[in-house]
Ligand binder design. Structure first.
Ligand code: ATP
Ligand code: MG
Length: 800
């Protein structure tokens, strides 16, 4: 029939075709990397609309990143002339934001509520801990912050929790007070976006029925990484299978589940299959992305995981190039080597945006960035210290947020004395006491502070009021320019010795705003545009002089969009997307987590070292190790044509030099698929690798540790539930097992000691094992590599 001869369907394989054109009803596509899951999902949306089965407003599509959402919108617009604004395409957080803006009243939120990012949340939690007079040593702010986020992700409010001990009682009290504080200030954190939306859907039948009627098709990408609350959230929007007529189409890959550390549950796939009564799971087995060697490596690696649903992947692409493996002496040398290779790739005529550099931890990017920067090679970092998280940018945003919502105490505290206005810590404390006593916001309490400080506080509020007046009728770009100047921020940084970069970033914020306005279809001079209105009509009909801060609710949904508010939301939700100028040809730098779902012609996978990848927090239990292996699988499968893998003998991380051993994941790749660019490490002690690893896994030994003269052992901070993952890494200093760091000696050697070997030259002792004739040491000999030596055989002399 006509429906099946659409050009949209051309080129799909039979399984993909079956998935795209599946009849209405629940569907689950379970398939490996690069098999076309995302393409199938996008094509299905287009096909459903083209065949008249649904209008744009009837579609909800959930993606994992904002980048993915944008790509999906772009592809849909290319396939069909549709208004993608009417569809709900976005991340869970992005969609929740949209929902809560439309239902702010029901949600008990001010229409201009602001979103706290992770660092805002932490400072808000700190304020609460202080107000409750808890000891920060016991009630650790970061751990408490995680505690709150975890509770919310599990759908638990303070009343649902039973403290088990003293710490539990404190954290619960903080949770309660933190909720009250957020409510008072009109702010929500990320987890709150989800939970609040879910609760409204659960508790308000009229809202629930509206959405269950509205959305005919809900499509979810990367389903394996949904957490419990997200699953419940989806169920709330979909309603009971067979009752609401909403079809849920989920695609996922259990081998790419990499967010267990944030509560993701692969089990959601099985639950979905059962609860939604999925007739049959569709599998896609043809990989269209990677050449044979790359795919072989990925398949061989992931086969070593025990917990798998079991899938196959094949390719018609031929073996292609082998994976190039490089061993570097230092992280610095690794970056230099990479730079040379990237230049070569460029000379071969490939665009830089087709080159990705992936790493396990954000902390690795600095060295790479500086190599690229010094060589003048443009690059773009996703994540890391994101643009919107930089101090100067947050200061500017805080002024804007205060203009929108004076009760936002977090923003108030950020800029009340920045630039300095003679308001000291004592006055702030006084102000906070007064605000607490009266249950009002800081802005409302300024008159409670006496004397000069009080006058300065009032002057600050007057400044905010003046700014609010002054920006009426301005475009977003002009608003930001005005606020950056009139607040004194620009002046402050211009006067600062090293302030040039910050001034530039403030200018970049103006550019970001302009790009945002254009991208979002507000039109350059537009001041407001309701979402479901055909683009252009409203904006064209309004004088540009209408106040930008005045909100236009959409007639049907009550949805509110003002460019300023939309931009502030964007800044909280989409931090990181805006880093490089659009269209610039730049190398793409990101963590492996952030690379999920993406693909590149060339991929550099760096830092393949025990302790870094697999990450030291994940190595002691099978589940942790399997998640790291899935992460490795994700990394390998990002590459289409050429994959480089590198590791380094030494690495500076968090101010300490670590001596490294290559990652076990390298040994898990098929020999035939690899091409070593450096001599393969045939170290004397390779036979020791296995017991050595076991020693590490049991916490008795480490392959990576701090070097000579390093700080004493530090306990890794105890996050709630032993969390791991990219966000935690930056806070960990490579720990050395206490026993080893303190006094372990063998044959007169100790860890960190400098030694001399007749053949290998100078080195540093990394590990000591065994006694007497059995004693062995692991020594890093720099360019000769890391070797295990039998002390009874090796001629080793101490040189200190
Ligand atoms: P991941 O698990 O990494 O998210 P995926 O399963 O979502 O991968 P896609 O990103 O949809 O895979 O597709 C991988 C690549 O293969 C894309 O470049 C896509 O355009 C291409 N592709 C998918 N199906 C086909 C097909 N039938 N013919 C040609 N190319 C295809
Ligand atoms: Mg995908």
């Amino acid at each position: 029939s006509a429906a099946f001869s659409s050009p949209l369907l051309a080129g799909l394989n039979p399984e993909q075709l079956a998935a795209v054109t599946a009849p209405p009803g629940p569907a689950l596509i379970l398939a490996g990397a690069g098999s076309g899951k995302t393409r199938v999902l996008t094509t299905r949306i287009a096909w459903l609309m083209q065949t008249g089965q649904v209008s744009p407003a009837g579609i909800m599509a959930v993606t994992f990143t904002n980048k993915a959402a944008k790509e999906m919108q772009a592809r849909l617009s290319a396939m069909l002339p549709v208004n993608t604004r009417a569809m709900w395409i976005g991340t869970f957080h992005g969609l929740c934001n949209r929902f809560l803006r439309a239902h702010a009243k029901v949600a008990g939120l001010p229409a201009a509520f602001q979103i706290l990012d992770t660092s805002d949340q932490l400072s808000a939690v700190k304020r609460v801990i202080k107000a409750l007079k808890f000891d920060e040593e016991k009630c650790i702010p970061k751990a408490t912050s995680y505690f709150i986020a975890n509770a919310k992700d599990a759908g638990q409010r303070p009343k649902d929790l039973q403290p088990r001990d003293e710490l539990g009682r404190m954290q619960l009290a903080v949770y309660q007070a933190y909720e009250d504080q957020c409510q008072r200030e009109g702010v929500v954190d990320f987890a709150e976006l989800m939970l609040r939306t879910y609760e409204i859907m659960r508790d308000h039948p009229e809202v629930r029925e509206h959405y269950q009627r509205r959305f005919k098709h809900i499509l979810v990408d990367e389903f394996q990484d949904t957490n419990r609350l997200q699953y419940l959230w989806l169920k709330a929007f979909a309603g009971s299978p067979g009752v609401t007529g909403t079809s849920v189409f989920a695609v996922g890959d259990d081998d790419q589940s990499i967010y267990a550390f944030r509560g993701a549950q692969v089990g959601n796939m099985a639950d979905f299959e059962r609860e939604f009564r999925v007739p049959h799971v569709i599998k896609l087995e043809q990989n269209y992305r990677s050449h044979g060697h790359i795919l072989d490596a990925a398949n061989t690696l992931i086969a070593q995981n025990s917990k798998r649903l079991g899938k196959n992947l094949r390719t018609d692409a031929g073996l292609g190039e082998p994976i190039r493996v490089h061993e570097a002496a230092s992280d610095f040398a690794e970056a230099q080597w990479m730079l040379d290779e990237i230049r070569q790739v460029k000379r071969e005529g490939h665009p830089l945006y087709e080159v990705a550099v992936l790493y396990r931890s954000n902390a690795q990017s600095r060295v790479i960035e500086s190599a690229l920067f010094n060589a003048g090679v443009p690059y773009k970092v996703y994540g890391g210290l994101r643009f919107f998280e930089r101090a100067e940018v947050k200061h500017a945003l805080a002024y804007l947020r205060l203009i929108e919502n004076p009760s936002d105490d977090t923003s108030f505290l950020r800029v009340v004395n920045f630039p300095a206005r003679g308001i000291g810590a004592r006055s702030i404390e006084q102000l906070q006491d007064a605000a607490r006593a009266s249950g009002r916001s800081l802005a409302q309490s300024v008159t409670a502070v006496a004397g000069k400080a009080g006058a300065n506080l009032q002057a600050f509020m007057a400044l905010i009021d003046t700014l609010r007046e002054a920006i009426r009728g301005l475009t977003l770009r002009d608003i930001i320019e005005h606020v950056v100047e009139a607040s004194g921020l620009a002046e402050h940084y211009r006067a600062e010795k090293d302030g040039q970069e910050r001034v530039e970033n403030l200018a970049e914020l103006v550019n970001a705003a302009e790009a945002f306005v254009t991208q979002e279809g507000f039109g350059k001079d537009a001041i407001a545009l309701p979402v479901d209105e055909p683009a252009g009509t409203i904006a064209a009909g309004l004088p540009a002089a209408v106040a930008a801060v005045e909100l236009l609710p959409d007639a049907e949904t009550g949805e509110i969009i003002s460019p300023l508010l939309a931009f502030l939301t964007h800044a909280s939700l989409e931090a990181g997307d805006n880093q490089a100028q659009a269209g610039q040809d730049a190398v793409q730098l990101m963590t492996i987590h952030a690379a999920k779902g993406l693909e590149f012609h060339h991929v550099f996978l760096t830092g393949l070292e025990e302790g870094l990848f697999p990450h030291e927090n994940s190595m002691s239990d099978t589940d942790g190790l399997e998640e790291e292996r899935r992460l490795m699988y994700v990394a390998i499968t990002r590459a289409r044509q050429r994959l480089y893998i590198s590791f380094s003998q030494t690495r500076m991380l968090h101010g300490q030099t670590r001596y490294n051993v290559k990652s076990r994941f390298l040994d898990e790749l098929p020999e035939d698929a690899l091409k070593w660019l450096t001599p393969r490490n045939q170290g004397f002690g390779s036979g020791f690798e296995k017991p050595y690893r076991d020693a590490w896994a049991s916490g008795k030994g480490m392959g990576s540790m701090v070097g000579a003269g390093a700080q004493p052992f530090r306990q890794a901070p105890a996050w709630g539930g032993g969390k791991r993952g990219e966000d935690n890494f930056k806070d960990l200093t490579a720990p050395i097992p206490k026993a080893m760091a303190e006094s372990k000696t063998a044959g007169g050697f100790r860890v960190g000691q400098s030694v001399f070997h007749n053949k290998f030259g100078e080195g540093v002792v990394l590990t000591l094992e065994g006694n007497g004739p059995d004693a062995r040491v692991q020594v890093n000999f720099g360019r000769h590599g890391t070797k295990w030596l039998m002390l009874s055989v090796a001629k080793l002399t101490p040189i200190e």
